[in-house]
Design a protein around this ligand. Structure first.
Ligand SMILES: Nc1nc2c(c(=O)[nH]1)N[C@H]1C(S)=C(S)[C@@H](COP(=O)(O)O)O[C@H]1N2
Ligand SMILES: [Mo]
Length: 342
């Protein structure tokens, strides 16, 4: 197994386990049954008691979220997918497995069956020896080691074996990479936003409400940009002029802002999970209520100095509660240099 952190990941503070995506299972009451009937010779219907009666495995897994936080060494317990495959016997043409959740948006994710088995995919019932907490996918979730954690579906209700792939929610809707290997940084697939949409957005400096995932706006002058509620995952703004830009409520997860001029930019209530601000000028910027998991404000620290750090002062605002989600070095930098509102 690999050791150390995959590229561009940060450790969460010890003891923290961020909550990502949906927060609770969909309606359906206390009874929980995992159905395995599509694409199999031998249909199964497994409640937690039946799952607990199958051979159990404990395995320590490093969690790597696509938004750049990692939580190493979580001990999961449950049943290997392999045990279920042996019992249900997928039809010979079934090269893919899809996991479906009991959740508001019928969340799903998929893998090739070969990958799912070789990675040691687990139908997990426990974390650290305790039953899985509901918000972390209890009573039953999938855990796929060695893949970004969006492959690890919470509230498992169905396992389908498919002849053709059926990309899941994040892969189909958010542009997340279908293979999701953190060691290769397979975070996103290329964006398919039409070029004329990109061009006109850059010309008018009006991104409000648009989906411009992956846009390349490096070193552009976009001062005063209107970006309220824009969807800008994985967008590139390295070295751009964005003073007075308004990103209120925008989705900027994994956006790249290194060395950008962000003076007096608004990030109120924005999702900047995994975004990189190294070296950016954040004087007067407002991050009140922003979601900061995995965000980078400096490249590291050595000899008491923060390396390639943001420029902040008493006019750069953060709310105290969102700082709790930052990695330790990132948090230390912000706490010593910016204004923290209770
Ligand atoms: N049903 C369901 N499963 C899901 C998600 C979701 O939104 N719904 N989000 C995924 C993502 S993106 C991540 S990073 C992990 C987060 O798991 P956690 O909340 O236990 O940390 O769950 C994954 N499984
Ligand atoms: Mo994620």
């Amino acid at each position: 197994m690999n050791s150390g952190l995959p590229p561009q990941q940060h450790l969460v503070a010890p003891g923290k386990w961020p909550l990502v995506g949906e927060k609770r299972p969909g309606p359906g009451g206390d009874s929980w049954i995992v159905t395995v009937e599509n694409g199999v010779r031998n249909p199964l219907s497994l409640d937690p008691v039946a799952l607990n009666a199958l051979p159990q495995t404990e395995r320590t897994v490093d969690i790597h979220c696509v938004t750049r936080w990692s939580k190493p060494g979580v001990r999961f317990g449950g049943v290997l997918l392999d045990e279920i495959v042996r019992r249900c016997q997928p039809l010979p043409d079934r090269a893919f497995v899809s996991f479906v959740a009991r959740s508001e948006r019928h969340h799903s994710t998929s893998l090739t069956l070969a990958d799912a088995l070789s990675l040691g995919t687990m139908v997990a019932l426990r974390a650290e020896g305790e039953p899985l907490a509901v918000e972390h996918g209890g009573p039953v979730r999938i855990v796929v080691p060695e893949r970004y954690f969006y492959k690890s579906l919470k509230w498992l209700e169905r396992i389908d074996f498919l002849a053709e792939d059926r990309p899941g929610y994040w892969e189909a809707e958010a542009g997340y990479h279908n293979h999701a290997d953190p060691w290769k940084e397979e975070r996103y697939i290329a964006s398919d936003t039409p070029p004329h949409v990109l061009r006109s957005a850059l010309q008018t400096r009006d991104f409000s409400g648009l989906n411009l995932r992956g846009i390349d706006a490096r070193r552009r002058d976009l001062a005063g940009l209107r970006g309220v509620d824009a969807r800008l995952r994985d967008s590139h703004f390295e070295g751009a002029k964005l003073n007075d830009a308004d990103f209120t409520g925008a989705n900027l997860s994994n956006a790249h802002f290194a060395d950008a001029d962000l003076r007096s930019a608004l990030f109120r209530g924005a999702d900047v999970e995994g975004a990189d601000f190294s070296g950016a000028d954040l004087r007067g910027a407002d991050f009140t209520g922003a979601s900061l998991f995995g965000a980078t404000f400096c490249e590291g620290a050595a000899n008491g100095e923060f390396l390639h750090a943001v420029r902040t002062d008493g006019t750069t605002r953060f709310s105290a509660v969102s700082l709790e989600s930052l990695a330790i070095v990132q948090r230390a930098l912000i706490e010593t240099t910016a204004r923290i509102d209770p």
